[in-house]
Design a protein around this ligand. Structure first.
Ligand code: GLA
Length: 740
């Protein structure tokens, strides 16, 4: 609900449990008033109003501008971080006496012009594929139009509410109203003003094969920057944060502020603690090498910062982001039943050694064990015998499939599975026909080196003809081979970012990727897409608007994966997290893992199989089939239920999680012992989200009952017999309420 009080010019934005208040002050500035939880007994008419809660017109020596404006602008602010920095090339009015023409004018002031509450406003780069999301209930957006008193520029600050999940999406719309171009050096989507003391930050950093590493630290005075400086979301950090007062939040309790960016390019989150101990979060495009030029009359809408506050700890923040992604971001499933299919991917089994016979043999084994989607990975195209050649030549590799791909597609369909294909559309090997034909189509600076990474260069998506070419190639493949699933990969960082689009490349690349995906989905509504970037390098709320699932990491070692997946779960939902069972010995970690452990970990997301099935004996294949059947019984709860992280690896050496169906009548309990601590008894983990008065049957994979107990007992004492077990011990249990 959005309310405006004309007498004080105060806006109150209410969600189920939170408020966000802002005000137009006497000078017409849009100033932040407060953000937090609503008192439990508050009614709809209770609103925050009254004087500003802290002084911000400080006039002491060595202080300039502590005023918490909603949109902080360079010029008005010069000693702290800003949301916007603009350069005006010309004077908007004649020079006054005593003025010199120091151009460009790097000074922007924003004053209130008008506001409106509208339904269904969309941030920049919102999906344009036209496919619905699960929850299409219209939402309110507050739009506050601000203008510079002198220069012809309008900035609209937008606030869209998703009340049921206590979420707010913030973005900016810029409009050049004048006759000259305006250049921006920095464009944030929003700056947040957090209460004093919310300085404990939980974030995700990492690297290839070690994505989503959780870090919890106390912010000190100054600015901490998390960012991507590339053309994808990145491995080094993921654009998500949780903030709370140190020591005052835990998994299930405490006030937590949180946010995530809906953008898959060079982003930045800057956490700035002012000398007053106020904390600001500046979120948006990375200002590194950034430039946005608005021509006369041109507009630009930024993507959104999704943010919220909750009172039920880090777990509560995660559950809100999960529900938001499932219901409001991910495309609604086109197929029925509406669950992610069990996938087989042949990458780890065959790498580049592809043939009809080899793939067909794998497909037959996969189908027999219950796989529903068969995806051929890298190596099916061009001269792709290894990673030195072929990227860009998206036609079937004749030495691997001399009779084309049609026979394999037909065989996969005959076996009752859908057919999927790996592509890496943004890339090109210099050893490719496409590069030989268009050496100018890659990012580069004239006369300068073109640094290769994995022997590949990046196509210049600043050129519309390149984007068009890639779309038409992918479009034709879908039609020709009845492709139901693209694994869209992206395997390198940017270098020498010279583009036909100049510095606008950073945005143009992301818009190009999104645009191709949107057009493919619009034209082929049954096509699913997986986002992959050398593992989990392209996961964010922007890409989730146009894909169905993501690859979290190339590291499929089960114990490593427990940590990676736990970090992933801070912000992203299980149904989007593809997780594979692979062979017992993991080459990355030089560790072996029991099949049970591998399944218990991979079943925590959207299950896939990546094992060399031709190396398994009949008994092992039968075991796989039993697990897959079990997973299919559990997946409605795993993929759509609420996630509770009952115990974290850090605290107890074990990861215990629970998924609970929306009606609380069914749940999945999953435990993995990560580190065995001799001499210690791990506490049991009481369950959550059940009904105290109902009796639940707890059963294992084979349907054998291991316990029968009331919801009350399960939510107080937990499950017995869960404290032991060496590292690698694991169990998945199905919990179902008995009929009353
Ligand atoms: C990347 C992906 C892998 C696989 C290879 C193929 O590393 O993350 O899953 O597809 O590329 O080259």
């Amino acid at each position: 609900m959005i309310h405006f009080e004309p007498a004080t010019r105060t806006f109150n934005l209410h969600t189920a449990h939170s408020y966000y208040a802002l005000r137009v002050d006497a000078e017409g500035r849009l100033v932040h008033l407060g953000w937090g939880l609503r008192p439990a007994d508050a009614g709809p008419a209770d609103r925050a109003d009254g004087p500003f809660p802290w002084p911000h017109e400080v006039g002491f020596s060595l202080t300039v501008q502590f005023r918490p404006e909603e949109v902080l602008t360079f010029g008005d602010v010069s000693t702290h971080g800003v949301t916007l920095k603009a350069n005006f090339p010309a004077l908007a009015q004649p020079l006054a006496p005593g003025e010199a023409a120091h151009l460009p004018i790097r000074d922007l002031r924003l004053r209130y012009a008008s506001h409106a509450v509208v339904m269904d406003a969309e941030p920049g780069l919102a999906p344009a594929h036209g496919q619905p999301v699960r929850n299409e209930t219209p939402r309110e957006t507050l739009r506050v139009r601000l203008v510079d008193p002198v220069q012809p520029l309008a900035v609209t600050a937008c606030y869209r509410l998703t009340p049921e999940h206590d979420l707010l999406e913030r973005w900016l719309e810029l409009e050049n109203l004048g006759p000259h171009p305006v250049t921006f050096d920095a464009v944030g989507f929003a700056s947040l003003h957090l209460p004093q003391g919310a300085t404990e930050l939980t974030s995700l950093t990492g690297a290839w094969a070690r994505e989503y590493t959780q870090e919890r630290r106390r912010l000190s005075a100054g600015t901490l920057v998390l960012e991507s400086r590339s053309l994808q979301t990145g491995h080094r950090a993921n654009p998500v944060f949780l903030l709370n007062a140190p020591g005052q939040a835990a998994e299930d309790s405490g006030t937590v502020y949180f946010g995530a960016l809906a953008y898959s390019g060079a982003w930045q989150l800057a956490f700035e603690q002012l000398p007053t101990w106020h904390l600001r979060v500046h979120a948006g495009y990375n200002p590194f090498d950034f430039q946005l030029v608005l021509a006369p009359g041109q507009r630009h809408a930024t993507p959104a910062l999704v943010c919220g506050v909750c009172g039920d700890g880090w777990g509560g923040a995660s559950r809100r982001l999960h529900a938001f992604a499932r219901e409001r971001v991910l495309p609604a499933p086109s197929a029925r039943p509406a669950y992610r299919p069990v996938l087989y991917n042949s990458w780890e089994a065959t790498t580049f050694n592809l043939s009809y016979a080899g793939q067909a043999a794998l497909a037959q084994k996969a189908a027999a064990m219950g796989v529903e989607l068969f995806c051929v990975d890298d190596g099916w195209f061009g001269a792709r015998r290894d990673d030195h050649a072929g990227l860009g030549d998206w036609f079937v590799r004749p030495d691997a499939f001399p009779d084309g791909l049609e026979a394999l597609v037909a065989e996969v369909h005959r076996l009752g599975m859908k057919f999927g294909l790996w592509v890496e559309p943004e890339m090109i090997n210099p050893d490719s026909d496409l590069y030989r034909a268009h050496p100018d189509w890659v990012l580069h600076f004239p006369g300068r080196p073109r640094t290769e990474s994995r022997h590949q260069l990046i196509l210049d998506f600043g050129r519309p003809e390149v984007v068009e070419h890639i779309f038409s190639v992918l479009d034709a493949l879908v039609t020709r081979y009845q492709i139901a699933f693209y694994k869209w990969d992206m395997n390198r960082l940017a270098s020498e970012p010279g583009s036909a689009a100049g510095q606008a490349l950073w945005l143009a690349h992301v818009a190009g990727v999104y645009g191709i995906m949107d057009r493919l989905r619009a034209k082929h509504p049954a096509l699913d897409i997986q986002s992959c970037s050398g593992g989990g390098g392209r996961v964010d709320l922007g890409i989730l608007g146009r894909v169905d699932q993501v690859w979290a990491s190339d590291n499929t070692d089960a114990l490593d994966r427990v940590r990676i997946q736990e970090g992933f779960s801070l912000a992203y939902p299980a149904r989007a997290m593809e997780a594979w069972v692979t062979h017992s010995f993991n080459g990355f970690t030089q560790r072996a893992a029991a099949l049970r452990l591998r399944f218990d970990v991979a079943m925590r997301g959207a299950l896939g199989i990546g094992t060399a099935l031709n190396e398994l004996d009949e008994a092992e294949l039968a075991e796989y089939a039993r697990y897959i059947a079990f997973y299919k019984r559990l997946r409605p709860i795993i993929q759509d239920g609420a996630l509770y992280r009952l115990q974290r690896v850090e605290a107890h050496g074990a990861s215990v999680i629970e998924y609970v169906a929306a009606d609380g009548r069914e749940a999945v309990y999953s435990i993995v012992v990560h580190d065995y601590r001799a001499g210690a008894f791990r506490p049991t983990a009481p369950l959550r989200g059940l009904h105290s008065g109902l009796v639940y049957r707890v059963s294992n994979r084979d349907g054998v009952e291991v316990q029968r107990a009331t919801g009350y007992t399960l939510m107080t004492l937990g499950l017995p017999g869960q404290h032991g077990g060496p590292a690698g011990w694991s169990q998945t249990l199905h919990i179902v309420a008995e009929a009353e």
